[in-house]
Design a binder for this molecule. Structure first.
Ligand SMILES: NC(=O)c1ccc[n+]([C@@H]2O[C@H](COP(=O)([O-])OP(=O)(O)OC[C@H]3O[C@@H](n4cnc5c(N)ncnc54)[C@H](OP(=O)(O)O)[C@@H]3O)[C@@H](O)[C@H]2O)c1
Length: 313
């Protein structure tokens, strides 16, 4: 292992049993050493995702089991402080972003091969929440195969995932209609999408703004799959990322990652190319201290807002 100096103990959020947000407690824990192929990061910011509170509440025990106690957090941005055996791509001091294990902490381990360099012009906060949204957006668009000139409908377009799907699709020449609350309509217009309010009558409103028809649908909000099958006349080009049972009931495709579908580093590169061109919008909804991880989860559980929630150690 090669490294700069780092302490043997650091602060981390620890969950000891499944339950409410009050289960997220700050503790002093040993700082782990990177194994072969791993990197140890000093976390500068950690992305908070809806899956984090779903895991904490015990809702995903069957799909994503965790060994209690555990530290939540699947993505972060930070500085490399140590690299494990066989890692030559990164060195102490490098600024990186990507998936991590236990990101709600001062120090976290990452798989060296899944990290990307953080551009100097991207804030730690925005960088920390990029990986999950970009990877999911890229995966969904690969499955939907939305071509230039086609029309994509995105339910939940103002969220972390929805925002990246809209921007990737617009950049590749697609027309995008996105559903969001009224407070996010101007934001969606800025991203290049046509905004539509969700709720009763949503599919009539979509037909009004897309009289040419809709070619493909992402449901990133949940609850919109059956109506989307009606809109398209079949389930073939509809992907859901929220509910497996809803996908099964409607004959649509659910994607949850893994299974060889994920190309996270390429997805981040796709987003960073937009950043380099000066066109990437990565709004940060809220930045909270590590000690208020419970507040971050409560905010995420509300399910409304624009962009990412971030924790800073
Ligand atoms: N399967 C996977 O691989 C995968 C990966 C990542 C995320 N996910 C899941 O995908 C979902 C979205 O994740 P995220 O990170 O984008 O969440 P997020 O950032 O919290 O965004 C949620 C968005 O949903 C919008 N919304 C709420 N109710 C809606 C409705 N009825 N119709 C349309 N939009 C609605 C909100 O916008 P307003 O403020 O305008 O209401 C908000 O912008 C979560 O359930 C998450 O667990 C799955």
């Amino acid at each position: 292992m090669s490294s700069s100096s780092f302490p043997t103990v650091g602060r981390a959020v620890v969950v000891s049993s499944y339950g409410g947000a009050e289960e997220l407690r700050l503790a002093e824990v040993p700082v782990p050493s990177p194994g072969p192929g791993q990197v140890l990061l000093r976390v500068r910011a950690a992305g908070v995702n809806p899956v984090d509170w779903k895991i904490r509440a015990g809702l995903l025990k069957e799909f994503l089991p965790v060994d209690l106690p555990y530290t939540p957090g699947g993505e972060a941005a930070g500085e490399v402080v140590a690299v494990g055996e066989g890692v030559s791509a990164w060195a102490a001091g490098d600024e990186v972003l990507g998936p991590v294990a236990g990101g709600y902490a001062e120090y976290a381990l990452a798989d060296a091969a899944q990290l990307s360099a953080k551009p100097a012009g991207l804030s730690w906060e925005a960088a920390s929440g990029l990986y999950t949204s970009a990877e999911t957006a890229n995966r969904v668009l690969d499955l939907l195969k939305v071509g230039a000139g086609e029309t994509l409908l995105v339910h939940g377009a103002a969220g972390g995932v929805g925002g990246l799907v809209v921007q990737f699709a617009v950049a590749s020449g697609a027309r995008v209609v996105g559903t969001a609350g009224a407070a996010n309509h101007d934001y969606l217009r800025e991203l290049g999408a046509v905004p539509v309010s969700y709720g009763e009558g949503v599919f009539d409103r979509v037909r009004e703004v897309a009289p040419q028809g809709v070619d493909a649908v992402l449901d990133a909000a949940g609850g919109a799959l059956a109506g989307s099958v009606g809109l398209l006349g079949g389930p073939e080009r509809i992907v859901g990322i929220v509910s497996v049972p809803e996908a099964v009931e409607t004959g649509t495709r659910f994607t949850g990652g893994g299974e060889g579908e994920s190309h996270g580093v390429q997805a981040v590169a796709r987003a960073l190319a937009l950043h380099a061109a000066g066109t990437l919008a990565l709004p940060v909804r809220a930045v909270l201290p590590l000690a208020d991880a419970a507040g971050a989860h409560r905010l995420s559980e509300e399910g409304h807002g624009r962009g990412k929630i971030v924790l800073v150690p």
